[in-house]
Structure formats: structure tokens, C-alpha cells
Design a protein around this ligand. Sequence first.
Ligand code: LAN
Length: 745
Amino acid sequence: MPHVNGTPKGATKRGAYMKLQDDAVGVVKGKDGDEKTDYTRWRLKDDRGCQTWHYLQTDEEIKAWPQSTADKYLLNLDTEQPDLTPAKTPLEAAHNGLTFFEKLQLPPGNWACEYGGPMFLLPGLVITWYVTDTPIPASHAIEMKNYLFARAHPEDGGWGLHIEGESTVFGTAMNYTVLRLLGVDAEDPRMQKARDTLWKMGGALNGPHWAKFWFSVLGVMEWDVVNPCPPELWLLPDWVPIAPWRWWIHMRQVFAPMSYVYSKKWSYPLNDLTRQLRSELLVEPFETINFGARRNTIAPTDNYHAKSWVLKLLFWFLATIWFPYLRPTWMVKRAEEHVWWLIEAEDENTDFANLGPVNSTMNTLASYVKGGPAFHAFREHLKTLPEFLWIKDEGMLMNGTNGVQSWDTTFLIQAVDSCGWSTNEKWKPMLTKALEFLEDQQILEETRDQQACYRQQRKGAWGFSTRKQGYTVSDCTSEGLKSTLILQKDHAYPILISERRMKDAVDVLLTMQNASGGCASYEPTRGSELLEHLNAAEVFGRIMIEYDYPECTTAVVTALEMFQKHFPTYRAQEISAFRDRAVAYIRNAQRADGSWYGSWGICFTYAGMFALESLKCSGEQYNNSERVRRACQFFLDKQMEDGGWGETYKSCEQGVWCQHPRSQVVQTAWVVIAMLEGGFPDKEPLEKAVKLIMRRQQSNGEWLQEAIEGVFNKSCMISYPNYKFIFPIKALGMYAERFGDEALL
Ligand code: LAN
């Protein structure tokens, strides 16, 4: 495609590529000319849930630290797991599945997996490393390149917001840049193809806010192109309806470092490579671009949530009046100091793990901007960032959190219990280790400066990943509590988590309900839905505040219910009132067609599983509830010829059922669980579904990866690879309990 800036031939090879540390032993060149590390050298270290991948250098190291079955499985190497006696009954299939999955448990007791999907995370990390002149291991650079090439769109060579999405400016411009920083030549045919796709979409100036932010940091664009992020918003008094403490936690924790760097207008000094990137990413000559006039340009592919006129007006005022003429220096100083204080508190409260991968890279950058390369906070961040990295057969990616440790472990415990195996001697050692892990990961103290940091109560909570990350999540706490009660109270496991600590968890859960009766994710909702008019991210929907979720609400109400059975007197009235309100919310949230919209898994199959469990909690079953019948009918209408269910991620984007051409094991399991929770009486459709789950199982007990399972912010998908073990096992166990463990195959 012709291009005004032309393509700089030759010169690209001498650009200032990323500095590399030479650890690339055993690297081979494939047929395509790309390098590949030696996969037998990679090891996953799990230090009390803190997971990092290591590339071993010497034969001695390799001998001293052999590759585990989990390592091999996660790298897609041969795990040499034997063929098992073919399963005839549901419980035999669950047994085979668990036999395989047990081998993947890590020494501290948790399970791990890739947590990829989003394609906008690695760029933040690589740009941060680059602009802070941080050298990275060559092994990592090689595998990051491999991952990005493996995940380029098969037709147009670009990248989307997530691995299954269509190409966007955000995905393409950012990942193209990563490849260039990591040393890929602009004339590589794959780069040419990606560039063509980018140019067709109008180039990087049609990217969303976050892309413009990172490109300004890198020095490829001018800061005027970034819609204003004034740190002084943090000085607003708490009563102001738009004050940041009311925003969804991920937004405000990203906004803090972003506003700090924005206020400093810090950019990396121009070099050959970034100069070339200007001409590769922008479709007009750099010198001719009026960056201030391009703040709002965005390609249709990226514009999932168009900016409101209110927001555009606000940005116009900030960019053309406030920043150039009105902004007093004393206020800038105070705002920057206060935001820096918040960043430091976040770092300290999470031991530099930070809430998630976006604020983690931005806090790293902010600490560099604040204190330079030798600054303690910056050095600590560099040590912690590798906890987000993951290596798999396709290469290296950045995970959506620092892991799925507590979440997957709690669900596995419950799946095994559904099979009736909690006291089975074969599985007891595995479950004991899982319980030990949960014990170690429960959060035992409040944060420093809880009020001033606007943090939710957390003593007694569980987070999604680790205690070190330390953020209360309503449903993670609930699943943690349920798993503890199942093992310690129902099945007389050793009391590792005291009664007091369980009550602390309940105390946290009782703070989580909204006036609607529903529960949100990290905190009760703090602001009005009108704040969505200030959603500036463009690529995501429903991000500005916390919302009620059927998934989270169900987890909390069922945990409280289970707790009350064992401790009938503790905060009894509050728990009962909580339950009534929660169930009322679930009833309200049901759509006319009988379904519920899911926000964290794809999509209606996921939410239905939770909602029907809530209704069961108040005694609503198929035989006595029109609502439950409607929900079951919704699923029956969608059952496929082969007995399974399948919906695509488009369900999440569009809010209506979008049929997948192929049934999905995980979604089929969700529906089986949903219908069994609902007390659906007819065996035949469920038997058909269970047979499908059993037929898809491999001879060694595993199930293979199918379509992506999870979602956030309506538009971005995220992988939950362990779900293909956890939910089939649970569904098989529940089916056997309800209809008997008869031979089906
Ligand atoms: C998660 C992962 C887990 C998820 C569940 C526990 C499943 C859910 O029920 C509640 C919300 C929660 C904790 C959740 C929130 C948003 C997260 C952290 C993620 C989907 C994983 C990645 C995502 C995060 C926002 C990604 C970074 C992107 C930004 C837009 C900041």
C-alpha cells in the first residue's frame, strides 16, 4: 500500500532495539527462520502462589530442577500420562479427569494456567521496559515475538483487542510496536502485512486513549493527542458525584499513575527506531500532524463505547482552556504529590504486585518518572513484573492477573465434593494441600491507610490470585469460604482456618451488598451509572462503576447460606435479610426469555448456572417456579443436535445469544449444572449433554482446549483453561448424584 512516509528500508536494522541479556542457550532456528527457545529448559516456580517462569542455563541446573508434569503440560510437551480404563459412567469419567488434573497441582496446593486473552497487556510492559532502558532476557524477547506472530490474525495479519477478536487499531498498532522494539525488521513480510492492515484502518492516530497514551510515552506521538487525564481530579472532595474514589477500582487504579505521567508529559527521547516508528504507524508525515486535533479520532473497529458529548465537551474544556490558561501551579504540585502518595500506598499494600497488569506497568513507569533508574520503588517493580509473564507452546504472553491461584483452587475443591469424594482416601492428600493453600492465601489484615486509599474491608477475604495482591473480591471470598466449610465442617478436615477467620470472611461479605440486593466485584457500587458518560476508554463497556452481577451475588448468598447451616447464630438476621434481598435481585435480573447476562464468563450459560443456584437457595425449583422453568426452557431451546451447548463471545458484546457452530464442553457443563441446580426433572436432555462431555474426553483423562471461556468489560475475552477440567468434573458428579452413575457409553 502506498504511504506518504514511505517505508524506511535498511535503516531499520540499526535502530535502538530493546537491550537484551544473553540467556538464549539452546535456541534453535525453525524452518521459518524464527528462533525458538529450548522448551525443556523452562520451569514454573510457585513460591506460596507467587508464580514465575525460569529459563535454565546449565546442565547442573537442569539436573537439580527437573521438569514437572505440570511444567510439561503447560508447555504442551508430552506429559506421558498413561491411557486410563475407558469411562463408561459419569463418575468414571470424572475420575479419569481428576486423575489427570491431580498431576497438575503445584507444590503449594494450587493449580496454575495461562491467563491470556487480552492483547493490550504485553505492549504496556514492553514499552515500559523500553523507555526505562531495562534490559530483558533474550529468551523472553524470542518467545514474545513468537507469541505475537502466532496470534496475528490469520487473514489480515493484525491483532485485535483479544485473541479471538477482529483486528483493531489498538491491537495492531501496539503489538506491531512491540515486535519492532524487540528487534523485528520492518520489512519482514508479516510486518508489512500488519502495517497494511493498520494503514487501512487509518493508522495509529485512530487508536483509543490508551494507545495514544503509550505512544506519547514512547515519543511516537505528541502529548496533545491524548485526551486530558488531570491528576487534580483526585483533589475533588469525596461528596462530588464524579470523584475518582467512586469509580470501578480498575479504572481508578489505572487512572492514578496515568494521570501522574500525563501531568509530567514525560516522553522517551527520540531515537532512530522511534523516528522510524512514527513513519510506520502514522499515515501522514509527522511534522504535518496537528496532534491536538486528533484527540478524538478513532476507527470504528475500536469504538465499542463511543464517547458521550458530555465527555467530549469536558475534554475540550480541559485541553483548550484549563491546561493552557487556568491550571494553577500550586494545584499541579498538590495533585501530583497526592497521586504519588496513592501510587506508593498501592505499591506498599500489594508488595508491588499491584491490582492488575495495567496499573502495575503504569506504576512502574510512574516510579521511574518520579525517581529515575536507581529509585527503590522502580527497582522493586522490575522484580515483580515477571509474575505476570507466562510461557506456553505459542510463546510468551502477559497474564490478565498475577495468576488464578485461589479462584481455580476453590472451584476444584467444590467439583471434587460434587462427586462425593471429599473423604475418599485417594483424593484426600490433594484436597488437604488445596486447603493448606487457601489457608495461606486468606487475607488477615486491613491495608495501610484503608480510608485514605479508599480500600474495601479485606480482613478475612480471599482475592482472585494471591494474598500478596490482597484485593477483596466478593465471589472469590465466597468460594474460599464455601470450600473451607465443605472440607473442615462437612468432612472433618483439620481446622486450618479457625472459626474466627471464617467469621471474618462473613463480615467482609456482609459489607458487599448493594441497595438493589445484588453484589458487585471488589466493592459495593459507589457511584451513579451516569458516570458511564465519562467512560473514555472507548474499547470497553460498563467500566466506570461497579455493577450488580448475578455471578457475584450468587456466590455471596450461597456462601452465607452454607455458613449459616454450620453457625446458625452468627449475624443470623443480617444473613437472612441479605439472602432475601439477593434473591429478589436475581429474580429482577432475569430477562423475559428466561436468561441472565453473564459478565465474567461467556455468557448466558455462565450466568444461568449461578442464577439458578441462587433461586435454589430460596427453594425455587422447576416444579414450583415459573422462573426456573423459563430458565430451563431457554437452555432447552438452545441445545444442539449433539447434546451440547455453544455460544460465542459475541453474546457478551451484543447482549443476545450468539450461537457457536460447535458445542463447547465447558458451556455444556455449565448448563448441566444450571439445570440440575434448578431441579430439572427430565433425564434425557441432560444425559445427552453428559454423554457429549464424556465423548470429548481423551484417553488419558484430559479435555482439550476449545473456545475462550471468560470475559470482562463486555468486549474483552480472557482464557480460563482449567475450566475444562473443573466444570465437567463438577457436572459429571452432580449428574451421577441426581440420576445415578449408570453406564452411558
Ligand atoms: C477478573 C478476573 C476474575 C473476575 C471474577 C472473580 C471471575 C469475577 O467474578 C469478578 C471480577 C474478577 C475479579 C475480574 C475483574 C477484572 C479483571 C481483573 C479480570 C477479568 C481479569 C482481568 C481484568 C482486568 C481489569 C484486566 C486489566 C484491564 C483493565 C481494563 C484495567
